[in-house]
Design a protein around this ligand. Structure first.
Ligand code: FMN
Length: 191
């Protein structure tokens, strides 16, 4: 749930109490109102009001993009966990990276070869799940996000190559180009 409809109706604590009374196992709260859409910043302190209203586990959500954000949102909200939405697009491994660090392990950026494996597995799974034709189309938004991640690590990829990767109707071409994309990253530089 969000915090409420607008600033004048912050009903998340009341909804959380009702959910608890009906046996809901846990709730996740995005620290914005419905009328805010995605404008402004998520209010992590306001999630604490929901946490204090109930005994069930509360998961805090909104604008968490890094380990430091995760620590800050947990501290501000007193929540039992954190949920990551948009920041996981193009880097789903971020969730595990942050979870391990919160559990006391050293924070390690996911190596490029693991990213490449994850992307390739995700692509193949989308084709298996939706069938080739629909899978190729469905995968494009994810490929665009993966491409941004690879470029942020130094991948050399032109606009023409981007267009080909994101519009090709041939999954063999996409698979081949994805492998090439990761080969263009200077691994010493990226490390
Ligand atoms: C592509 C996309 C799809 C979403 N779908 C849902 C949904 O089906 N149900 C829901 O409650 N929230 C949905 N959300 C909202 C997210 O779960 C999350 O609350 C919101 O994006 C704020 O978290 P973030 O800042 O980590 O992205 C969606 C968000 C995005 C970007």
């Amino acid at each position: 749930m969000r915090l409420g409809w607008d600033d004048g109706s912050l009903n998340a604590p009341e909804l959380a109490r009702r959910a608890e009374a009906h046996g809901v196992a846990w709730i996740t709260v995005h620290g914005r109102t419905r009328c805010q859409f995605y404008k402004g910043q998520a209010d992590w302190n306001a999630i604490a009001v929901v946490k204090n209203a109930v005994s069930l586990p509360v998961i805090a959500n909104g604008d968490c993009q890094s380990l430091s954000d995760a620590k800050a949102i947990l501290s501000a909200s007193s929540a039992d966990g954190v949920m990551i939405g948009r920041a996981a697009l193009g880097q789903p491994w971020l969730v595990g990276q942050i979870a391990k660090a919160l559990a006391g392990e050293v924070y390690i950026e996911t190596p490029i070869e693991h990213r490449q494996e994850a992307v390739s597995e995700h692509y193949d799974d989308l084709l298996s799940l939706f069938g080739i034709e629909t899978g190729i189309r469905h995968a494009r938004k994810h490929l665009a996000a993966y491409l941004d991640d690879a470029v942020s690590l130094g991948a050399q990829w032109s606009d023409a190559e981007r267009l080909e990767l994101l519009t090709s109707q041939d999954h063999h071409v996409v698979t081949k180009q994805l492998a090439r994309l990761y080969r263009t990253i200077d691994r010493k530089e990226a490390a």
